[in-house]
Design a protein around this ligand. Structure first.
Ligand SMILES: Cc1ncc(C[n+]2csc(CCOP(=O)(O)OP(=O)(O)O)c2C)c(N)n1
Ligand SMILES: [Mg+2]
Length: 651
């Protein structure tokens, strides 16, 4: 506690001297909670995610003090490679999950990584911290409910210091509420604890950790603590009531504990210890201050984890290993996805499939039909209606070596999980160097009279944020290949599945040893007058348009199915455009900020001087997707409208 306190105080000084940038959120006052927990945890098995008050815990969990100081200095040896600051680091290989700023986001990740340990037969306990302010977020509710439902051995610790930045708890929740009592609503144990006496805290958690290890269930602990130095380095604390700062100082646990140590061990021994710790911190500071500044080299590369080889070769068949010998099968798009999932679940023990209504019901589009019966609940898991926590839970599983495939019932509902998908999973490798292999299945698209909230195309939304890969297959064969390719990628991969394709007819699907080619565009049809770039369901409209203009106008279009939207591989399309000199981009998402804008920009940047016509963008109107079929057809690209647009463009 003394080491943590002194380090936090020195860090604050260094911030004020301009040697540390951004801000620092010290843990002064929280040591008597965080330090006993970190001491008690089994660092070889347990899972933790410290909050922005957790330096004392980081010091115990893993790594040298210099490493932690390097994080604050954001220097060349920073554990986040200086891509994050303050205390936003962790040690994923030792199951310390780095926090993101978004309060509440880490609870579900701890639940997932703890479950991952348990699935391996390791009797781990998870520790997840949140503040009194963080307790108001929606993610907290989703995560507590999920952990309770799945009976996960996670100790959720509320660090209640009475304030969230300048907001007192009286403005956070109604008077009379006690946060620990909320546990009852989740069907879990709720406990409260005053952190005045570190020894009492140690005894409390020693018992609780043992109980949780032996009887794996979540528990919610509200721990009363104090925040001695305001919210962060820049906080003036002028919102505190008169006398409040003094009362916090009076509640500081360190002075009485020190007095007790002096009584028990003598003043000289404690003074010697103090001197030793201070000298140690100063020595570490000198080392860390001498480290060079970080280099931007490698930043763009590290947005994604590099490609890796498959864990073991797939059986060369679309059927799972051990079943009937290979022969091409006539399959629809949904069936092809189902086959791929079956193969993954059979041949990859680390895989699991989760989502709403996906078990006995097989999902609204029956993509997971039959999987529950074959693989059971541990591998094919119905989730509650909690997109955010279920994504965080999957991320926790993924960073600990499992490989979840999540179905969002409709892509539209993935907006509930944007923080977890884009900000947590999508940035994970960049800031920690650890891999987060997740497949996020997104049944998307319109044309089916489903209205604004079941028809959206969200590729532009998600791909405007870095760190997500994306595949958008247009045929049953590509759907099968894309599922496998997405599965074995070491990054979060969005798998867009247009609902209009699920039952659009059958075509032969066979084992394709080059299934990873789905990360590059497919030449659907050669031509010389213009290059047409499209993806998803629009590939079929594109093919019809090519046919029409070939027969009616004697103009042949070269048609490409993009297949992979991130990362974009445009080499073949650029080569085509360099020959045809004309570009048509066709997609279902809206025109403004649509994905076509990026395609046109990239391709014209490169080939502007070889173009013989302005690029043509065919997309949906800038509207929410309207419901009635007449309105929806007016909104989205159709055969007739596209013919008119292209004919006018040809002139
Ligand atoms: C979802 C979200 N909203 C707002 C913020 C900005 N913010 C950072 S810390 C903080 C206060 C947190 O209070 P509390 O949860 O009580 O933790 P404490 O700082 O008191 O330890 C706020 C509002 C944030 N990080 N995340
Ligand atoms: Mg607080």
């Amino acid at each position: 506690m003394q080491l943590a306190r002194t380090a936090d105080n020195r860090i604050l000084e260094l911030f004020r001297q301009g040697l540390i940038k951004g801000t620092v959120t010290g843990g002064q006052g929280h040591e008597s909670l965080v330090v006993p927990i970190a001491l008690l945890a089994d660092k070889g098995a347990d899972v933790i995610s410290f909050s922005h008050r957790g330096l004392g815990g980081h010091l115990i969990w893993s790594d040298h003090l210099c490493t932690h100081l390097n994080q604050y200095f954001a220097n060349a040896d920073s554990p986040t490679r200086a891509r994050e600051g303050n205390v936003h680091h962790g040690d994923p290989k030792n199951r310390s999950l780095p926090m993101i700023s978004h309060l509440g986001a880490m609870l579900s990740c701890v639940a997932g990584a703890t479950d991952s340990q348990r699935r391996r037969g390791i009797p781990a306990v998870g520790f997840a911290f949140l503040g009194d302010g963080g307790s108001s977020t929606g993610d907290i509710h989703e995560s507590l409910n999920l952990a309770s439902l799945l009976s996960l051995p996670v100790i959720f610790v509320i660090e209640n210091n009475g304030y969230a930045y300048s907001t007192p708890v009286s403005e956070q929740y109604p008077a009379g509420v006690e946060l620990w009592r909320r546990a009852a609503g989740y069907g879990i144990r709720g406990l409260q604890l005053d952190c005045a006496d570190p020894e009492q805290v140690l005894r409390f958690f020693a018992k609780l950790v043992d109980e949780t290890r032996a009887d794996p269930r979540p528990v919610l602990v509200e721990a009363r603590t104090v925040r001695l130095r305001g919210h962060a380095a820049y906080d003036t604390c002028d919102y505190l009531r008169p006398g409040e700062a003094e009362s916090f100082a009076a509640a500081d646990q360190l002075p009485p504990f020190r007095a007790r140590m002096v009584r028990e061990h003598g003043a000289d021994a404690i003074a010697a210890l103090d001197a030793e710790l201070s000298a140690y911190i100063e020595a570490c500071l000198r080392i860390s201050l001498a480290v060079g500044r970080p280099s931007p080299e490698g930043m763009e590369r590290d947005v994604f984890a590099p490609d890796s080889k498959p864990a073991s070769p797939w059986a060369p068949s679309i059927a799972p290993r051990g079943s009937a010998p290979e022969k091409p099968e006539l399959l629809g798009f949904a069936q092809a996805l189902n086959r791929a999932l079956r193969k993954i679940l059979t041949e990859r023990p680390e895989s699991l499939v989760l989502g709403q209504d996906i078990a006995t019901y097989g999902g609204p589009f029956k993509v997971t039909e039959g999987l529950f019966a074959e693989f059971g609940r541990s591998r094919v898991l119905n989730t509650p209606l909690a997109e955010s926590a279920c994504t965080g839970y999957s991320l926790g599983l993924a960073v600990n070596g499992h490989r979840p495939v999540i179905e969002y019932q409709f892509a539209d509902f993935s907006t509930e999980a944007v923080t977890q998908i884009a900000l947590n999973a999508g940035t994970f490798h960049f800031r920690s160097g650890a891999r987060a292999p997740l497949v996020l299945r997104l049944p998307c698209g319109g044309g089916l009279t489903f209205g604004s909230f079941h028809s959206q195309e969200l590729e532009s939304l998600f791909l405007s944020m870095p760190g997500l890969k994306a595949l958008y297959p247009g045929t049953p064969q590509d759907a099968f290949d894309a599922m496998l390719a997405a599965y074995e990628d070491d990054n979060p991969v969005l798998l867009f599945e247009h609902k209009g394709l699920y039952r659009r007819g059958k075509s032969p699907v066979s084992w394709n040893p080059n299934y990873r080619d789905v990360w590059t565009p497919r030449l659907v049809r050669p031509g010389d007058f213009a290059t047409v770039v499209t993806y998803g369901e629009m590939v079929h409209l594109g093919a019809e348009l090519c046919e029409y203009f070939a027969s009616e106008y004697e103009r042949s279009f070269e048609l490409f199915d993009l297949r992979a939207l991130s990362p974009l591989r445009l080499e073949a399309i650029e080569a085509s455009l360099a020959r045809t000199h004309r570009l048509i981009v066709l997609h279902e998402g809206r025109r403004t900020h649509g994905f076509g804008a990026e395609l046109v920009a990239r391709l014209t940047e490169k080939l502007f001087f070889s173009l013989e016509a302005p690029p043509l963008r065919i997309a949906s109107l800038d509207l929410p997707v309207p419901f009635a079929p007449e309105l929806e057809q007016a909104h989205r690209p159709t055969f007739d409208k596209a013919i008119e647009q292209i004919a006018a463009w040809i002139g």
